[in-house]
Design a protein around this ligand. Sequence first.
Ligand code: NAD
Ligand code: UD1
Length: 348
Amino acid sequence: MARLLITGGAGFIGSHTALVLLEAGHELVVLDNYANSSPEALRRVLELAGPEAEGRLQVIEGDIRRSTDLDRAFAAGASPGAGVEAVIHFAGLKAVGESVAEPLRYWDVNVNGSQRLLAAMRAHGCRTVVFSSSATLYGYPEAVPIPESAPIRPINPYGHTKAAVEKMLSDVAASEAGWRIACLRYFNPVGAHPSGRIGEDPNGIPNNLFPFISQVAVGRREQVQVFGGDWPTSDGSGVRDYIHVMDLAEGHLAALNTLLAGGDQLLQLNLGSGHGHSVLEVIEAFGRACGRSIPHQITQRRSGDAAITVADPSEAKRQLGWQTRRNLHDICQDGWRWQHSNPGGYAT
Ligand code: NAD
Ligand code: UD1
């Protein structure tokens, strides 16, 4: 059992990962300012983890950019005396369009926030960290499936901040001994815990395909706009590598175990399934899961989109012994269970 600090642990991926880590027996301190989440998510995580997790989750409301909040988080915990052994760093802003409109806010939270966190880690003697990176680093890929060796060429401010933090982490790893770092480059995280108790709860109109389809299915929105029907793909719609959030959560546990078991490391790994699905295939699969067809209309391409992005996940399998176990059917079933039983997200 390790004592872990989870930044952004109340968010979509953080809450599912917190549950998997509690179930694996770890002791967690979550630091979140609820900029894009609700305390209800962690209440439900505790409920799902059951009585065995009692006393093993402490939540601190605070900001990764504030050193006093970071100090409180490193000092907190159920067993005083034992320090935080590793950090899982989810906290950040993630909306591409917003990052174009407000780049300074994105550089502040994502880059300055990560710098403060790393400085606090050093001050508290913790040098093990798993970082939420993104396939957005690859920009328009030259070839698919995309290996980690593909050029890093982000095409928007959000992507630039992720590339900057990866660079900061590699500089830190080279500066002194003792750092164990994993940058996990997620492809398209979707779905929900199979209980339907926790899931993705975006503010306002969803930017991403999967939550948009879910909200159409539950009657909150009229129809899905399919951004482009003339891409060079089998049915003309865009192709992505959708990864079930529970597979992703398990990927974090595997990365943590690999870091804790070894010496100095700097891992940069894709987390994806290696399989692509088109927008029309996802709409069709979600329709089957919810028992009604999803109204949709093909419209113009969205600027900044690539035709196909699919991971080459073979390095994660080799280095972490991890691979996805769930398919598009599971994603839609679990996503629908969450949306159907919580039509307004955590507010309902
Ligand atoms: P999310 O918005 O649901 O979770 C992020 C969490 O961080 C939220 O709980 C938010 O309140 C918190 N947070 C934001 N700013 C903070 C601050 N200054 N101090 C403390 N907490 C703060 O997003 P998510 O989908 O769970 O993503 C988690 C991480 O994974 C992010 O870093 C994101 O960039 C990255 N990522 C996400 C995706 C995706 O599609 N969801 C894909 C690739 C990478
Ligand atoms: C987007 C971001 C990416 C980020 C990821 C997770 C862009 C260009 N990329 O990835 O940087 O890491 O989200 O937050 O914004 N689509 C529709 N209709 C919709 C929404 C999407 O047809 O209403 C299509 C898109 O054109 C794409 C696919 O669905 O082909 C997936 O889109 P989305 O869920 O937004 O993810 P990405 O664009 O892959």
